[in-house]
Design a protein around this ligand. Structure first.
Ligand code: UT7
Length: 332
């Protein structure tokens, strides 16, 4: 049957998306460097100097990834001034679910009380939250969704080789979330264009290995890649948003290693970012929580009064894949 030349109808689109609220969740248990030194051959000074971590949060066996995700997600929905019934799409960025099915998003939506949303998981490892924000914003912009809950949630402690001192001191557990909604006008768009990509030729640099079933990473290889490749991606996101580096109030990179955070921030300043640009250093007390690290850092900085309404935030995530993504967002 012919459509007689009639184009398919599209639903009304929004001028763009904006962030409406944030939320986060961490397990109660604080694990210090000295605690880990009782288990593997390491020490507080090495971890502070080489990675920047002082302590991290590790979930107990009864706390599931979906529990942390639901806690962060429901806080973000409330922070947005919405109720669960207002949310139509849930995206969970994660790489540490215990099993591939069922996915996290449908379970998390159910726990929050969101009825029958579009719900899917997204695995871009430590870049996952930025992939989720980009995808969610484009769903809103196209009219496919109205309110999208994007959660980065990880229980990395389930996928750790607790005898490997080069990784067990880095990774940690937690969840962070944002609610996206349509911008009422083009002037009020609060999520800039997404810059994303991957380097699959380097996939073996971060992977789960056997027989430990734990994360193994070629630390130096990833370190070199991150300190050379990530600043240009972040700067491209600034450029695509129609801004200059000097417009950035807060830089929130994935919290992989404090030395990487500082090296990338230095390159941004060389490119024109302000000296008083605030830089997220949440890794110090949260560790590396992969897809959760960016929204956790933002929510903690907000609570500490270091981020306020209207601030222009530059986000950039990077990690296993190797995958990366970044964008500029405006804080509600
Ligand atoms: O989130 C996903 C993205 N991931 C990243 O961006 C991670 C990037 N890489 C890194 O952050 C760093 O490479 C690490 C933190 C993983 C490692 O730091 P490094 O400064 O690159 O250390 P290294 O691997 O070169 O090891 C230096 C030394 C070695 O000893 P030798 O061979 O010099 O005798 C290691 O065995 O430090 C030793 N070492 C440790 N010593 C005390 C490794 N881990 C530890 C430890 N405590 N926990």
């Amino acid at each position: 049957m012919s459509r007689a030349g009639n184009p398919l109808r599209l639903v009304d689109a929004a001028p763009g998306a904006r962030i409406l609220g944030w939320g986060s969740s961490q397990p109660d248990q604080v694990v210090t460097n000295d605690d880990l030194a009782q288990r593997v051959d390491t020490n507080d000074q090495w971890i502070r100097e080489r990675v920047g971590i002082v302590s991290r949060r590790i979930a107990d066996k009864n706390t599931l990834l979906v529990d942390m995700a639901a806690d962060a997600g429901s806080k973000a929905v409330a922070d947005a001034g919405l109720g669960p019934a207002d949310v139509d799409t849930v995206v969970v960025a994660t790489c540490t679910m215990p099993n591939p099915i069922p996915n996290a998003a449908a379970q998390v939506a159910h726990k929050i009380g969101i009825s029958a949303p579009g719900a899917f998981d997204l695995n871009a490892a430590c870049a996952g939250f930025c992939y989720g924000i980009g995808t969610g914003a484009d769903l809103i912009r196209s009219g496919s969704a109205r309110h999208v809950l994007v959660i980065g949630a990880e229980k990395l402690s389930d996928w750790m080789d607790w005898d490997d001192r080069s990784t067990c001191i880095i990774f940690a557990d937690g969840a962070g979330a944002a609610v996206l909604g349509p911008a009422p006008s083009a002037e009020e768009v609060g999520v800039g264009p997404l810059v994303w990509g991957s380097a699959g030729d380097m996939a073996e640099a971060i992977q789960i290995v056997q027989p430990s079933n734990g994360i193994h990473q070629e630390g130096q290889t990833v370190f070199r890649w991150a300190t050379t490749q990530i600043a240009p991606i972040a700067l491209r996101a600034v450029e695509l948003a129609g801004l200059t580096p000097a417009d950035i109030d807060v830089f929130v990179p994935h919290q992989a290693n404090l030395r990487i955070v500082e090296a990338v921030a230095k390159r941004l300043r060389k490119a024109g970012a302000r000296e008083d640009m605030r830089v997220a250093t949440d890794i110090v007390h949260s560790g590396n929580t992969s897809s959760a690290s960016i929204p956790l850092a933002i929510d903690h900085m907000r609570a500490a009064g270091q981020i306020s309404r209207g601030d222009v935030l530059l986000l950039v995530g990077f990690g296993a894949g190797l995958s990366y993504a970044g964008q500029v967002v405006v804080c509600p």
